[in-house]
Design a protein around this ligand. Structure first.
Ligand SMILES: [Zn+2]
Length: 431
């Protein structure tokens, strides 16, 4: 009797503790692009945070919560593979992104949710975030995974590894110990890699060259030898490496060193591109990022005169290099390089990819199945399929006819089985 009552208490407790998302959901789409193909009149059954089944004209199980999105097209939750979510700016009058009052890192972690929310509203349910100080990205990732903060799934690098920084005395030494991320020698590079991974980084990010904001000088800053040690150390510990290089020398070194992904990179020669293709290294050109800087150069960033012209010249070379790489067979991936008020524009890169010759469907793979594979998550992200995380987006229109549909017409977003954005009802739509 006592045992029975105890068991009953446990059952009641479990029922009460069950989160609201535990109910089975049945989502109807007029059309679904599941990451591979189109399924008309699709019914997606979601249990907790996973997709249970996807069928055409499927039955709605008794007791399931019906979400009727038959007016819309379903696509997998999108992945933005290069962001800086902790680069937060409120837009307050009299401040700029790089002219903000000092803030405790913990405050920035909480505020960064706003960037994450803008990404979710753009249909982006996963971010690979590449560089943050003070463990802010690690904290944000963990709090989101614990369900304490809302945001996209994060794969983060912690502090990016870098060469000697101008102005840092003794090559960035700090009381005898190297500054966080210092990779000026192979020895320091090894130590910095181990430290980043020990701190909890998913990926190791390397700033292999100059370049950022209005600076498009792509001079290499981390040696091939250091890059090679970083890649070997990270791989031995089961982690992957993303190497940033604005210019061709750093890119060549990154590819020779065996990086898992190459970020930015202009002016690569044919031999370098061929090696990248042969080694199946993912290429994240982030072309639209500098277009965003051009658009915000005067009012937001107050860049020096001439900066816009430099950025435009960089964009031209970035696009030409990316086009050449795509035509040579490189595995292309969308990265917005979003910072500050760039969140929400995450998928604009797709227009550049279509311009270089991809069909909208090929372009959609660069923000779904390709990055899922890059992340080693090809069995759980990037598709709307049984067993995958229930990361699903509803868009208005046909994304396979016009890629702008996924950039501008996101109406509803589910992440891990929970509806995080709903603009399907008239009145709660802002775009
Ligand atoms: Zn970046």
């Amino acid at each position: 009797m006592r045992n029975q009552r105890c068991a009953l208490t446990i059952v009641v407790f479990l029922l009460l503790a069950m989160p609201a998302l535990a109910a089975t959901k049945a989502i109807k789409f007029g059309k679904l692009w599941d990451g591979q193909k189109v399924i008309p009149n699709a019914v997606v059954i979601v249990d907790n945070d996973k997709i249970q089944s996807v069928t055409a004209n499927g039955k709605i199980p008794a007791g399931a919560q019906l979400i009727d999105l038959s007016r819309f097209t379903g696509i997998p939750g999108m992945i933005d593979s290069h962001t800086h979510i902790t680069y937060y700016w409120s837009g307050a009058q009299g401040t700029g992104p790089r002219n903000q009052p000092p803030r405790n890192p913990a405050v920035t972690v909480v505020l960064s949710q706003e960037n994450g929310m803008k990404a979710l509203e753009a249909g982006v349910t996963t971010l690979r975030d590449l560089n943050a100080s003070n463990g802010m990205d690690l904290a944000l990732r963990d709090l989101i995974n614990m369900g304490k903060l809302i945001g996209p799934r994060l794969f983060v690098s912690g502090v990016g590894l870098h060469g000697p920084r101008p102005g840092s005395r003794g090559g960035g030494q700090r009381g005898g110990a190297p500054a966080p991320g210092l990779a000026d020698t192979p020895e320091n590079a090894k130590m910095a890699t181990e430290e980043a991974i020990k701190a909890g980084a998913d990926w190791v990010k390397v700033f292999g060259s100059n370049g950022g904001f209005e600076n498009v000088n792509g001079d290499q800053t981390v040696s091939y030898e250091a890059m090679k040690v970083i890649v070997e150390t990270a791989h031995a510990l089961g982690h992957k490496v993303a190497i940033h290089s604005y210019g061709p020398e750093g890119a060549k070194a990154a590819i020779q060193a065996g990086a898992d992904s190459l970020e930015h990179a202009t002016d690569m020669d044919d031999a370098t591109i061929a090696e990248m293709v042969r080694k199946k290294i993912f290429y994240v050109p982030t072309i639209d990022h500098n277009q965003y800087y051009v658009e915000n150069a005067d009012d937001v960033y107050h860049f020096a005169p001439g900066s816009k012209e430099n950025l435009q010249d960089y964009i031209r070379r970035n696009y030409a290099t990316a086009t050449k790489a795509y035509k040579a067979g490189a595995r292309m991936v969308v990265g917005s390089d979003a910072v500050y008020n760039g969140f929400g524009l995450n998928m604009r890169e797709l227009t550049w990819f279509v311009k270089m010759g991809m069909t909208p469907e090929q372009a959609l793979k660069t923000c779904t199945t390709n990055p899922a594979e890059m992340l080693g998550m090809e069995k759980s992200l990037g598709q709307v399929a049984a067993g995958f995380f229930a990361d699903i987006v509803a868009v208005e229109g046909d994304p396979l006819a016009d890629v702008n549909v996924v950039i501008k017409n996101v109406r509803w977003v589910m992440k891990g089985g929970a509806v995080v954005v709903d603009k399907t009802k008239p009145g709660n739509r802002s775009n």
